[in-house]
Structure formats: C-alpha cells, structure tokens
Design a protein around this ligand. Structure first.
Ligand SMILES: Nc1ncnc2c1ncn2[C@@H]1O[C@H](COP(=O)(O)OP(=O)(O)OP(=O)(O)O)[C@@H](O)[C@H]1O
Length: 738
C-alpha cells in the first residue's frame, strides 16, 4: 500500500510555479509545476471553469473523489483551489505521461502483450478498488492510465466518475450520458435501464484493444458514427487472423469484457483472476520496456501538439467547404434540443463518406463486416426503406452520409429522448438530487419511457449472438502571477469563481488557438448550454473573441446535452452570468436563465413541426391518390383535437411569462455572484418549478402527437414525405413513435 502523504499542500497559486504543458483534456490543461514550499515537482490540472460552467458539481465530485481515494493504482489529488476562473488540482507528477501519449509518441501500433498485461492488471486493481468503494469511473481509457518514472501505473481522471452511493439509498445504476464514445458501453449509450460499474468493464475491454492496436476500435470515426456502430455492430474484439501476435488468453479476456449484455460481463474482481494477467510483470519491466528511450514528457507533448496542429490544417483544407454547406441546413439545429445535434451529425456523416472511401478497404474495424440490420431498433429489416435495409458499411455509396443519418434515426430510441432529463443532464443535476426535490420528476421520466414500448427497446440487441470471434475484427513557461487575482480554498467547500482572468486567458490568442486546436471532425455543438450562450454573447459583444465563434470544442469525452440554441430564438443572447458587456439583459441565476431559452426553443420547434406536419399531410393528400382518404381523415382528426393544442399553446404562454419574470427581476444583476452551494440550490429550485411546467407541456405534446399519429391510417404518409432535406427543425420523437 502506498504511503499516502499527509502533508498539506498549499492552496494558493503563488506557491506554485507552472512549467510546461504536459497534457490537455476537454476542459483542462495539465502542467508540470513546482510546489515551491516543498520544492517538489507536481502536476497541476488547470480547469477552466468557464468551460465547465454547468458542471461545477461534477468538478466538485471529481476533486472530492480524488482527494479521498487511497490506492496505489489510483491517482490521488494533493489538493485543489480556485484561482480566478480556474480550478487548480494539484496531483503527483506522473513523468511517463499517459499510455495514450506514450503510444502516440513511440508505439503507434500498440504495445507488446506483456506490457499490455502489466498495464491492464494495474488498471484493473484500480477498478476493483473504485468499484468496491461504490464508484463507477466512467472514463477508463489509455489516456487516463498514467505511468510514473518508476513504472507505477495509476488510473486518473475522475471528471466523470459517479458515486453509486450518492443518494444513501444505494442506487446502483446511473442515468446520465457521459463518457467517451469509443470506450462507452452500449448500455450507457442506450440509457434505457441506466448502467452500473459493468460499464467500466466494457471500457476496460476497449482500452485493452486500444493498447493492443495503438487506437480504440472505430477511433477514426466521428462520435455519432461510433455510437451507431457500438449499438448496431457485434462487439469489437481481437481477431484470430489479424491479431496472431496475441495469445488466446488475451483474446478471451477481451471477449469477456466486450459482451453487450452487462450482466454477462465479469466484475472487476473476477476479471483480475483471469489467467491473462499471469503474464503481467513488474514495474521495472515497464520502465525497461517502454519508458527508457522516451524523451521528457513536456517535449513529447509539444511534438504531439505540433503534429495535431498540422493535421488540423490538413483537415480544414479537405473538409472546410462541406462544413459550410451543412451549416446552411438550419433545420438540423432543432434536433439538439432533444439531445442530438444533427448539424454536427450531418457534418460527420459527410466526412464519413470520405473516410469510408479512403479507408474502408483496409479498415480492420470494419472489414468484411455488415451492419446487422435486423437489430435496428424498432425497425425490422423488412420495414426499413430499401436504402437503409441494403446499406452496408463496407460498401459505401454516394449517399453514405444520409444513410448514416437514417441509421441514426432508427437507432434513436436507444438514446435519451426525454427533454427534461436532457435539461437535467445539461446542468449535471444528479438523478438523486432531482428525485429528492421532486419525486415526480423521475416518475414522469419513466412514464415517458413507457410511451416507447417494447419495439423501441434494444433488448433485441442483447439477444443477438454476442460474438463470432472468427468474424469480428477488432475491431513554460510560468504564467504571470499578476493575472491571478484571488484564490480560494475549494476542497469540499463552496466554489467561488471571481472575476479575474484565468491563466489561459493571458495566453495570446495566437497561442490559444494553438493550444486549443478545433478539430473539425470532432466539433460538437451540443456542449453545455451556458457555455454556448456565453460564446454567442461574446460573438455579439466582443471582437477579440470571435475567433472562437460558434465553435464548441470537443475532444475526447462526449457528453450529450440539450444544448442547442436556435439562432431564431429571441433569447439567445440574453444570458451572460458574468456580464460580458452585452447589450442584452443579463440575469444572475444561470441555471434558470439557461433553461428558459432552451425550453422556449423546444416550444418553438414543436409548433413549427406541427405546422410542418400539417403541410406535409396536405402535400401527401395532393400527391398520393390512394392516401387521400387517410390523409384527410388525419387532417380532420388533427383539427378536431385542437383543444389539446390550445392547452399546449397556453403552457407555452406560461413559459414565456416565466421567462419574462426572470428578466424583469430587479435583483438579478450581472454582478451578483452566487456562491456555489446556494447557486446549486437555486438551480434545483428553478429546475423543479420550470421542470413541472415543461413536464406538463411535454405530456401535452406527446398526447397531441400520439393522437395525431393514431388518427392516421397510414404512417406511410410520413415515411414517404419526410425528407431530411425538406424539413425544418423536426422532432425526432415523431420518427421514434412511428
Ligand atoms: N498527474 C499527471 N501527470 C502527468 N500527466 C498527466 C497528469 N494528469 C494528466 N496528465 C496528462 O494530461 C492529459 C489530460 O488530463 P485529464 O485526462 O485529467 O484531463 P481531462 O480534461 O479530464 O481529459 P479527458 O476528459 O479527455 O480525459 C492526460 O491524458 C495525461 O496525458
């Protein structure tokens, strides 16, 4: 057992000297640093609180978890504090860096088996500990397996870890959608029944493949494609032919982890007894085998960044136009209010076509593999449009991009479809917290779920033959002190970001661009709501920030949120919790203010959708002789249910009223700083009151949509005439219901 240092690390930025960058994540930059009073090298993760503005409780969780853990294979935080708009987390410096960086620098084809066995055994020990203590890590991947200069291996990054015991009632499964797509277990994506620590076992299996090949299966595909493939394809694995260099026991161990049914996966404890881990060796062996010839971490990181920047430039040259084209397709934006950002998705689908053309032939993750259409949820193969039913990944067509969209449509039932939950996810308010304040919330969610009965369940996938292994292919600068105006102890206490610049802010724009390359193929517009609003506001009010524009950078971790802000929404620019000089109204309850525009967008979209459906029906009536009767009936029925639509309108009006009240409140001034704890409470209270309104609204909508659909004698009207190209923002739930 590691001797955990009891010394108290300073919680003051001036006691640290930041050296070079050694890592970068979604919302953090990691520096090698000197703890001046102890004359000790440490690593400091600097989290930009503006980037995680809706996720303060998530950060709090990470820091608390990191400071409580005590296991030689789990990276423990020495301490943390805020400095300006940043949170600094002080950790032991792991001089070897992450396995991912090591592979990228020196082992692009992956490690040898004894190295893998050693790394995985240590990681698994960490998982056993974490699971025993009631946590799910939720982000197991090579990038989070760190190695020290003496060969010690530690699992890092509790950014998305979840405590299964949070509620006190030992709720053992989660209902949020976080993780990194390539490593994400199918049940995490599906969100049907929650998930538990077995999700980590899936990610562990994917990590094993990552260490074996130098990359995770499907890693070259955009996130949405990865989600689709994970759900629809047989699980990836080590291939008997291609992966001859690996032992049978390794293949078996991976196969045991990558079973779609979580119940069939072993626990971490049981897995640790797998005979594969008998191949594991000592720390010294790791030093000799992989660390000895490596250059210092900072240098390696610099080189990697330069390479990535080059790639970015190439990407831009290749795909710049396509993105612009797809941005014109405004209707796609609407969908993200329901958790999906189709704009991004379509961008990605467009890229996939090229990827496929370029690389399918030699793509080991896909070769000889046909998508299992029989498992497309809710759409038996015979009911699928021919284009979809016959589509094969390995035979890309000109329309691949659109086929991918269709694939996603058909897979959507497996994704979060509950707007309320999406909003909750956006604020990262835990299921339990919400449940505690509003018992109805969860009940309502379940009820919504029940409205999508068995045909929407993915259980069919679970019944699929889990694998045919023969067929499956695996598939310093020190920062100027003067910019840090204040710092506050954070550990376990309230988080009080103040109005100073974060260290990152003092880095010139030029450097910042370099530091934060915006990978086109990885762009995700569905980031945290407040973040996007702020960016939008900045666009209006600040010239210097326009370089960031509407780009919400995403790298690595993928989080589905209800983040879209329709440009048509009248409240888009109205919320700037820190007062960015915008001419728009600024209010200080970020949670409520962020919810409202999003909800309003949803309402607007649904109204538009309804009108669009009516238009389509009319069109169907005119163009399809044999459907005229049913179409007319449907239209008439729809008109007959107008009282319920009226109710929907009333609710919408209430919403707008609610929003106006928030805007008019004199006490809501931009300068007001709400302490984190209080902020969280306000957030919850606001969410609950807004929540019950939106719940009713959603129920009403659902009722309306369902009665409309049931009034139609043939859903073919929709299937025939709903073309993604023609539609304004379209409520995907319609497709789900159909
Ligand atoms: N203590 C450490 N010592 C050395 N390198 C580290 C340390 N902590 C993190 N790193 C490096 O920094 C990278 C990013 O750190 P980290 O994963 O904590 O950030 P993140 O924002 O949580 O990223 P992500 O969400 O993508 O995992 C890691 O992949 C690793 O290479």
């Amino acid at each position: 057992m590691e001797c955990v240092s009891e010394k108290r690390y300073p919680v003051n930025a001036k006691d640290y000297k930041l050296y070079e960058e050694i890592g970068e994540g979604v919302s953090a930059t990691v520096y090698r640093a000197l703890c001046i009073p102890f004359n000790q090298i440490v690593a400091i993760k600097v989290l930009d609180l503006e980037k995680c503005n809706n996720d303060l409780d998530g950060i709090r969780r990470e820091v608390q978890t990191m400071s409580l853990i005590d296991h030689p294979n789990v990276l423990r935080a020495h301490g943390s504090f805020t400095a300006g708009y940043s949170l600094w987390v002080v950790m032991p410096y792991m001089a070897g860096g992450s396995c991912l960086h090591i592979m990228k620098s020196a082992y692009p084809e992956g490690f040898e088996e004894p190295v893998i066995a050693t790394l995985l055994r240590e990681t698994l020990k960490a998982l056993v500990y974490i699971h025993e203590h009631g946590h799910i890590h939720r982000d197991v991947k090579a990038g989070n397996i760190l190695i020290d200069s003496d060969g010690t291996v530690k699992l890092a990054d509790f950014g998305v870890s979840a405590c299964m015991f949070d509620t006190g009632d030992r709720q053992r499964s989660r209902n949020t959608f976080v993780g990194t797509p390539c490593w994400m277990a199918p049940e995490v994506m599906q969100q049907l029944h929650g998930y538990d620590f077995k999700a980590d076992i899936w990610s562990f299996g994917i990590t094993a493949l990552e260490l074996a090949h130098g990359h995770a299966p499907f890693s070259k595909y955009p996130p949405m494609k990865v989600l689709l493939m994970t759900l629809q394809n047989a699980p990836p694995g080590l291939d008997y032919e291609r992966d001859k260099r690996f032992s049978k026991s390794f293949k078996e161990m991976v196969a045991a982890c990558l079973v779609k049914d979580p119940k069939k996966r072993p626990t971490s404890e049981k897995l640790l007894k797998h005979h594969f881990f008998k191949n594991a060796r000592s720390h010294d062996y790791l030093v000799r085998a992989i660390l000895d010839n490596l250059s210092p971490l900072g240098e390696r990181f610099k080189i990697l960044k330069a390479k990535e920047a080059d790639l970015l430039v190439q990407n831009k040259a290749l795909y710049g136009d396509k993105e612009q084209i797809s941005q014109v397709q405004e209707y796609i934006r609407g969908i993200s209010a329901w958790n999906f950002n189709l704009e991004d998705l379509k961008n990605q689908a467009a890229l996939i076509q090229d990827y496929d053309c370029m690389s399918n032939a030699e793509d080991p993750d896909l070769s000889g593999k046909q998508m299992d259409r029989s498992n497309i949820v809710g759409f038996p193969a015979e009911k699928l449009p021919p284009k979809i039913a016959n589509h094969s990944i390995s035979a890309p067509s000109q329309e691949d991009g659109f086929n991918d969209l269709h694939d996603l449509e058909t897979s959507l039932p497996s994704f979060p479809i509950k707007p309320l939950q999406a909003l909750k996810g956006c604020f990262d308010v835990g299921e339990e917290a919400v449940g505690a304040t509003s018992p109805n919330w969860k009940v309502t969610s379940q009820t919504e779920c029940e409205q999508f009965p068995t045909e929407l369940s993915l259980s069919a996938m679970d019944q699929e033959s889990e694998r045919n292994e023969g067929e499956n292919s695996g598939r310093s600068s020190s920062l100027p002190r003067h910019v840090i105006s204040e710092h506050k102890i954070f550990l376990g206490g309230p988080l009080l970001p103040d109005n100073a610049l974060s260290p990152k802010k003092v880095i010139g724009d030029e450097n910042r661009d370099l530091l934060q390359p915006k990978y086109q193929s990885e762009r995700n517009y569905s980031g945290p709501l407040l973040h996007r609003q702020k960016r939008d506001t900045n666009n209006l009010s600040s010239v210097e920030d326009t370089s960031e524009g509407a780009v919400v950078q995403r790298k690595g971790r993928f989080k589905v949120t209800s983040a879209d802000l329709s440009p048509k929404g009248p409240t888009n620019c109205c919320f700037n919790p820190v007062g960015g000089g915008s001419a728009c109204v600024t209010i200080s309850n970020p949670a409520a203010s962020s919810v409202l525009p999003s909800l309003q967008c949803i309402l607007q979209q649904n109204t538009l959708q309804r009108e669009e459906i009516l238009r389509l029906i009319k069109y169907a009536e005119q163009t399809s002789g044999k459907l005229v009767e049913s179409g007319e009936a449907a239209t008439n029925d729809l008109l007959q249910i107008s009282p319920t639509w009226t109710r929907e309108k009333e609710l919408q009006a209430q919403f707008i009223g609610l929003q106006q009240r928030y805007e008019e409140r004199p006490e809501t001034k931009s300068s007001e700083i709400i302490p984190c704890d209080l902020g969280m409470k306000l957030k919850l209270v606001s969410l609950v009151s807004v929540g019950s309104l939106i719940e009713e609204l959603q129920r009403q909508k659902m009722k309306n949509v369902q009665s409309f659909l049931s009034s139609m004698s043939s859903v073919a009207v929709i299937e025939r005439f709903v073309s993604l190209d023609d539609l304004p923002p379209f409520d995907y739930r319609l497709l789900v219901i159909i």
